[in-house]
Design a protein around this ligand. Structure first.
Ligand SMILES: Cc1ncc(COP(=O)(O)O)c(C=O)c1O
Length: 377
C-alpha cells in the first residue's frame, strides 16, 4: 500500500444533518461529482443517503450509472453536459434529472424518455451571469415551450449557478444574479410554465442566504466539512448566520518507504532545489504528483510524522516525496505519515495545502487520484 484515504463517514453524515438544521423545507441534494470531491463516490453517496439526503447531484452520466449499479436509489440530478447518445441508457435508470439549455438536449431527452416509457425530468439552466452553462433568459420561454410540446420529458425545475459568491464579501453581483433568476421565474410563470423546483444555492448561498434555498439546495464542498472560503466564513459572521458545525472527513496517509542520512551541503531531488545546511535525516514517502500531491508543494509543504511537522525537501516527484525528519524521533521504514488531516495534536488542512500550492481547497481534495484506496471509518 503506497498511500490511502481514510474517510470518516460519520463526519459526512453529521455535516448533512447540520445542513438539515439550517435548511428547513428545501430538498438537500449533496453534490457527489468529482469522486465526491475526492472522498469516493459510492461511500460518500451512501453516507449522505443514510443521513437523509433527498437527492444526489453528479456532473456526468457515468456517475449516475455508477450510483445506480451500487443500488443507490435517490433521485439523481446531472449538473453537467449529457450527450444525446447517452440519453437512452440514462432514461432507463429511472429517477434522473438533466439540465436543459439547448434544443438538441430537449429533443434527444424526449426520444429517450418515450423509448424508456418513463419521462426524463428536465431543469432549465438559466444564464444569470456566470457565462458558463445556461440559456439566456430571453430564450428560456421558447425552450420551456419546446419541452411542453414533447412527450417523454417534463419541465420539473429551473436552476442557475453563482459566479462570484465565494471569492468576495461583496455580494452585489450574486444578488443581481438572484434578481435575474427571480425575474426569469416570473416570466416563465406568466408564460404558463410551472417548474416546481427552483435551485440556485451552492454551499456558500446555502450558508449565507436562507431566502435562496427555494425547493432544493446543491451543496458540495461544505457537505465534506469545508468552508467554501474564508470570505464565506466572514460573511456568515457578519450576517449573524447560524454556523453549522462542519467536520472535514478526509485524511490522506502513507508509510515511510526509506529513511536516510545525508551530509551537509548535499542536494535533494530533481533540479537540486534544496541543499542541506546540516547533516539531515530524510524520509522518502511513496507519494507524488501522480497521486495528486501537487508539484507546487515542493519545498513549501509539511507532512505529519509522529505528531510533528516534517518539511518537504526538494521537488515533489511523480511518485515520491522527500521530507526532513532530522528533528523527529523514532522514524523508520513503515512509520505512518499524514499528508492531509490530523495526527496527534497537529493537523494539515486542505486550506493550508491550497495556500501552499496557490489553489483552493476544492482542487486539493478532488485531485487526489481516484486509484488510491478509500478506507471508510
Ligand atoms: C452547478 C453546481 N452546483 C453546485 C455546486 C456545488 O458548489 P459548492 O461545492 O461550492 O457547494 C457546483 C460545484 O462546482 C456546481 O457546479
Amino acid at each position: 500500500m503506497l498511500s490511502w484515504i481514510e474517510v470518516d463517514t460519520n463526519a459526512l453524515a453529521e455535516n448533512l444533518r447540520s445542513f438539515r438544521r439550517i435548511v428547513s423545507d428545501a430538498r438537500l441534494a449533496p453534490v457527489v461529482k468529482a469522486n465526491a470531491y475526492g472522498h469516493g463516490l459510492i461511500p460518500a453517496a451512501r453516507a449522505f443517503a443514510e443521513a437523509g439526503a433527498d437527492w444526489l447531484c453528479v456532473n456526468a452520466g457515468f456517475e449516475a450509472v455508477t450510483l445506480r449499479r451500487a443500488d443507490i436509489k435517490l433521485p439523481i440530478y446531472i449538473l453537467g453536459y449529457v450527450a444525446p447518445c447517452e440519453m437512452g441508457e440514462l432514461a432507463g435508470l429511472g429517477g434522473l434529472r438533466l439540465v436543459a439549455y439547448q434544443e438538441e438536449t430537449v429533443i434527444a431527452a424526449a426520444a429517450a424518455g418515450r423509448a424508456a416509457g418513463q419521462p426524463l425530468h428536465l431543469h432549465l439552466k438559466l444564464e444569470t451571469g456566470n457565462n458558463r452553462q445556461g440559456v439566456d433568459i430571453a430564450d428560456a420561454i421558447a425552450l420551456a415551450d419546446l419541452i411542453k410540446q414533447h412527450d417523454g420529458i417534463a419541465l420539473e425545475g429551473i436552476s442557475s449557478h453563482y459566479a462570484d459568491i465565494e471569492d468576495t464579501t461583496d455580494h452585489s453581483y450574486a444578488e443581481a444574479q438572484m434578481q435575474a433568476f427571480r425575474t426569469a421565474h416570473a416570466a416563465l410563470t406568466e408564460a404558463g410554465h410551472r417548474p416546481a423546483i427552483r435551485s440556485f444555492s451552492n454551499s456558500a448561498a446555502t450558508l449565507l442566504w436562507p431566502e435562496t434555498h427555494f425547493e432544493l439546495v446543491r451543496m458540495g464542498i461544505s457537505a465534506y466539512g469545508m468552508w467554501p472560503s474564508k470570505e464565506t466564513l466572514i460573511s456568515a459572521q457578519r450576517l449573524g448566520r447560524d454556523k453549522p458545525t462542519l467536520r472535514p472527513a478526509l485524511t490522506w496517509k502513507t508509510l515511510v518507504a526509506q529513511v536516510k542520512e545525508i551530509p551537509a551541503n548535499s542536494s535533494v531531488g530533481y533540479g537540486r532545489t534544496w541543499q542541506a545546511g546540516r547533516p539531515t535525516r530524510l524520509a522518502v514517502l511513496p507519494v507524488g504528483y501522480y497521486d495528486g500531491y501537487d508539484r507546487g508543494l515542493s519545498n513549501v509543504a509539511h507532512v505529519l510524522v509522529n505528531g510533528h511537522r516534517a518539511p518537504v525537501r526538494g521537488r515533489i516527484c511523480m511518485n515520491m516525496t522527500m521530507v526532513d525528519v532530522t528533528d523527529i524521533p523514532a522514524v523508520g521504514t513503515g512509520t505512518e505519515a499524514v499528508l492531509l488531516g490530523r495526527q496527534a495534536n497537529e493537523s494539515i488542512t486542505a486550506e493550508q495545502i491550497a495556500a501552499w500550492s496557490g489553489t483552493i481547497n476544492y482542487e486539493v481534495t478532488t485531485r487526489i487520484n481516484e486509484v488510491l484506496p478509500r478506507r471508510l471509518l
